[in-house]
Ligand binder design. Structure first.
Ligand code: TIU
Length: 220
């Protein structure tokens, strides 16, 4: 085991059973004209985290550890998109509408792809998920079980929505979860800070958090 200094106390990382979860680093969330912007958000905040996520992915590639990329996405016919999700609020464009990067949040459209700097490499796992959590309505749980994964390191966007939802799903399934604070971002800095505090409070009620430099130093 590798001991990683973390909040609320040291995280014991199992190098033989660890996977990186890169949550939804898609053009739809970090570039203008995508889903995130249709919801009224300033996407520039999220773009800033791309280099750190790239470094974290590089660390896992160098170690030969499992990497999972997720994409929030819906089928072209929107059969897997609950009307409650598409119809809520007053976005500038709704899921499935034609936008500057293709149809909003639809699988296979240019805007739905992972940003080029973080493109998955052959052998890395890509999970398309219709919900905020990556376990709901996907094969993720089976894939991790077949690979013997017990420890998950989290990065991606947004901290308090898809990252936190997936971390909570994973925690309830028995995974030991570590969030890399500078490899995740929110449209709302105060929500990012609150999400990290609430997940690491109460003795790590959802999991641990650390930063990339600390993780790098620990794993060597
Ligand atoms: N809106 C928002 O903050 N997030 C999402 O809708 N999805 C993800 O977090 N990926």
């Amino acid at each position: 085991m590798v001991t990683v200094p973390a909040k609320p106390f040291a995280y014991e990382l199992d190098p033989a059973r660890v996977a990186l979860m890169v949550i939804d680093m898609q053009r739809d969330f970090v570039e203008p004209g995508g889903f995130g912007e249709t919801l009224g958000n300033d996407v520039a905040l999220l773009q800033a985290v791309v280099p750190t996520v790239r470094d974290l992915i590089g660390l896992f590639r160098a170690k030969g550890w499992t990497i999972v990329h997720t994409r929030e996405s819906h089928s072209a016919d929107l059969a897997d998109c609950p009307p409650a999700k598409r119809d809520r609020g007053a976005p500038s464009l709704r899921i499935g509408d034609e936008g500057p990067m293709g149809r909003i949040l639809v699988r296979g459209e240019p805007g739905n792809d992972i940003v080029p700097d973080l493109a998955p490499q052959p052998g890395e796992i890509v999970i398309d998920k219709p919900g905020k959590g990556a376990f709901y309505a996907t094969a993720l749980g089976d894939i991790l079980r077949l690979k013997g994964i017990t420890h998950l390191v989290f990065a991606g966007v947004t901290t308090e929505v898809c990252v936190q939802t997936t971390m909570r799903e994973a925690n309830d399934r028995g995974y030991e979860c570590l969030l890399v604070e500078d490899a995740t971002e929110s449209y709302f800095p105060e929500f990012k800070a609150a999400a990290i505090r609430m997940m690491t409070a109460q003795g790590g009620i959802v999991g641990w958090s650390t930063d990339l430099a600390t993780l790098k130093a620990a794993v060597g």
